[in-house]
Ligand binder design. Structure first.
Ligand code: AGP
Length: 599
């Protein structure tokens, strides 16, 4: 969950590295550091806080070196501090390393190195790498890195540099890394956005790869020194795609991008009254589905359970990936495991997937980030094509995940040779336009948000397909506004949460019309009777609800199966406007990072 950028070419590295770090800040932002090789020595700078602090500190520095590495950190081992910021060094400052991932056996290695006379200056696991590489260094960085990595347990995406050679050596195991191929220059980064300004030609490193970059270009080998062939691929994403496009925050831009992201998802997949998916599994290949995911992706998984069971009549279990991987799950050869992840790099979801694969189950990924680790490991998959999601709070990925699950449910029904309702498919094609219309609630929601910016608690209630929407609304609010919020199936309140209700408790009801509307109304009455403030998301026949609710948010009428995609929009906006009104850092909420690549 940290960001890496490295450069070797003909231009001064400093500005390229700083620029790359800014594009990677969404991966981690509690400290940042840079090291440039100049005149046979390292010029090192580290700063706590955002990349802007590092940039400011370096503004007046005339650094001409053309080789360098940089890192933006999200702390795992050791507090955010200059000492713990990367790049890390050996005692003589002859080797420097930036590292993403976790060195699991670092304590044992550190003990040995200290006995051998190495002095450590940070509390991080990553520093062990610099000392180990120095220990094995005999004039060849490539050999020293390979020898060091042979002793490492854990995950890494790393780049190393020696004062004695004009080269960069990078290696990957379970933490993403890719090369950017320019004209007489090579870049290395943990994510595409860092490179896009300079090149669109990239090489994705695979687990076990070692890349050696020098003035002549790059070579890729494995840790035994065998040459590996890796394709150069063209990135389709444009630099403009990752700008804010005039919105105050990435999150708001991404909420408003949902008509487009849903359009991307559906394009070419609903055609001639058929669902076209290039997945390698069909209903004959499995008896049960288990979906694993974390956070927001887990909420979309819960909606997926409702959709697949209702539409395709196939049983679905949903599990937190972090629980699944450690509870010795009962996986059968007749199970299909679906992993859902925006980033495709979430450590727990990857581990759950690997466990399922180890036990012989079929796998399917629902992933946004093209070329991510998950997409390379999974049996087959459905890409969301939602475009880069930079705001830490996931928004457009969620609606596209739900959309992808809906497509998959319909696909399974179709492959069971059951007829799909052509009206439903026509409505599905109109979904992006309906979402566009739904976004008009923004003004109203903003007004409501103003009233609640000083609230300490929120409850979100929904039923059926909209129960996970309640969970998602609550998660959005807590992660960006730091207001305590909980989501429940509405009927559950009388089993406990109702005790919390008084005039200080706002309760958001997702009350669009469905078979359970009557029941939701009686839950509303229970809240009203106890003085709770009601915010209701409604679509049609809401006359009686209007009498009970303090605030109404009207969304368009849609087929019940699409309602989570529409209903989540006011909740995303409510969380956004409350957080913005509170003056909080919406895109980079405290203690959170965009992709959680460690446990
Ligand atoms: C959502 O707003 C979160 N920040 C978080 O819960 C996220 O959904 C979770 O970490 C899973 O990420 P993934 O989809 O990239 O696997």
């Amino acid at each position: 969950m940290c960001g890496i950028i490295g450069y070797l070419g003909g231009k001064p590295a400093k500005n390229i590295l700083i620029d790359g770090l800014k594009k990677l800040e969404y991966r981690g932002y509690d400290s940042a550091g840079i090291c440039v090789l100049e005149k046979g020595g390292f010029i090192i700078n580290k700063k706590v806080g955002p990349v802007a602090s590092l940039e400011k500190a370096l503004k007046q520095e005339k650094i001409e070196g053309v080789i360098g590495i940089a890192h933006t950190r999200w702390a795992t081992h050791g507090v955010p501090s200059e000492r713990n910021a990367h790049p890390h060094f050996d005692c003589q400052h002859e080797i420097t390393v930036v590292h993403n991932g976790i060195i699991e056996n670092y304590q044992a290695l550190k003990k040995i190195l200290i006995k051998e006379g190495h002095q450590f200056s940070s509390e991080t696991d990553s520093e062990v790498l610099a000392h180990l590489i120095e220990k094995f260094y005999r004039g060849n960085l490539e050999t020293a890195v390979s020898k060091a990595l042979a002793l490492i347990e854990g995950s890494y995406g790393l780049v190393a540099l020696s004062v004695k050679e004009n080269k960069l050596v990078a290696a990957r195991r379970s933490s993403p890394l890719l090369l950017g191929i320019g004209k007489h220059e090579t870049f290395i980064a943990s994510d595409i956005p860092a490179l896009l300004k300079y090149t669109k030609r990239v090489v994705y490193l695979k687990d076990g790869d070692l890349a050696i970059i020098d003035a002549k270009g790059y070579k890729i080998k494995n840790l035994n020194g065998q040459k590996m062939d890796r394709q150069v691929e063209d990135v389709k994403m444009s630099a403009a795609q990752i700008e804010k496009k005039g919105f105050k925050h990435f999150m708001l831009k991404e909420v408003f991008e949902q008509p487009q992201s849903l359009n991307n998802l559906l394009s070419g997949r609903v055609k001639d009254n058929k669902i076209k998916l290039s997945v390698k599994v069909g209903p004959k290949d499995f008896e049960k589905i288990i979906i694993v995911a974390c956070g927001t992706s887990w909420h979309s998984a819960l909606i997926g359970k409702y959709l697949i069971e209702e539409i395709a009549r196939i049983p679905v279990e949903v599990d937190y990936a972090s629980e699944f991987r450690y509870r010795q799950p009962l996986i059968k050869l007749t199970d299909l495991i679906i992993a859902i992840s925006q980033s495709g790099e979430t450590a727990d979801t990857l581990a759950a997937l690997r466990e399922a694969e180890k036990q012989g189950a079929k796998t399917l990924g629902i992933v946004n980030v093209v070329g991510s680790t998950m997409t390379r490991e999974v049996g087959s998959g459905i890409y969301l094509h939602a475009g880069p999601e930079i705001g830490v709070a996931s928004t457009k990925a969620f609606s596209s995940q739900v959309g992808a699950l809906l497509l998959f449910a319909l696909y399974l029904k179709q492959e069971k040779h059951e007829k799909l309702d052509p009206r439903l498919l026509a409505d599905l094609k109109r979904l992006p336009a309906i979402v566009e219309q739904t976004l008009k609630v923004d003004k109203e929601v903003k007004k409501i948000a103003l009233k609640f910016k000083n609230t300490d608690h929120f409850l979100y209630l929904g039923r059926g397909l909209n129960f996970p929407v309640a969970l998602e609304g609550a998660l959005k609010l807590k992660e960006i506004s730091y207001i305590h919020a909980e989501g429940y199936p509405a009927a559950e309140i009388k089993h406990g949460p109702i005790a919390l209700i008084d005039e200080k408790m706002p309760v958001v009801f997702i009350a669009t019309k469905n078979d359970l509307s009557e029941k939701i109304i009686s839950n509303m009455q229970e809240v009203k009777a106890r003085g709770g403030k009601i915010i209701a998301v409604v679509d049609q026949d809401y006359g009686y609800i209007a009498k009970l609710a303090d605030y109404l948010i009207k969304v368009p009428v849609v087929n019940k199966l699409f309602s989570p995609i529409v209903n989540v929009i006011p909740l995303q906006l409510l969380a956004y406007h409350i957080a913005d009104r509170k003056g909080l850092n919406v895109d980079k909420p405290r203690n959170l990072a965009k992709s959680v690549t460690v446990e």
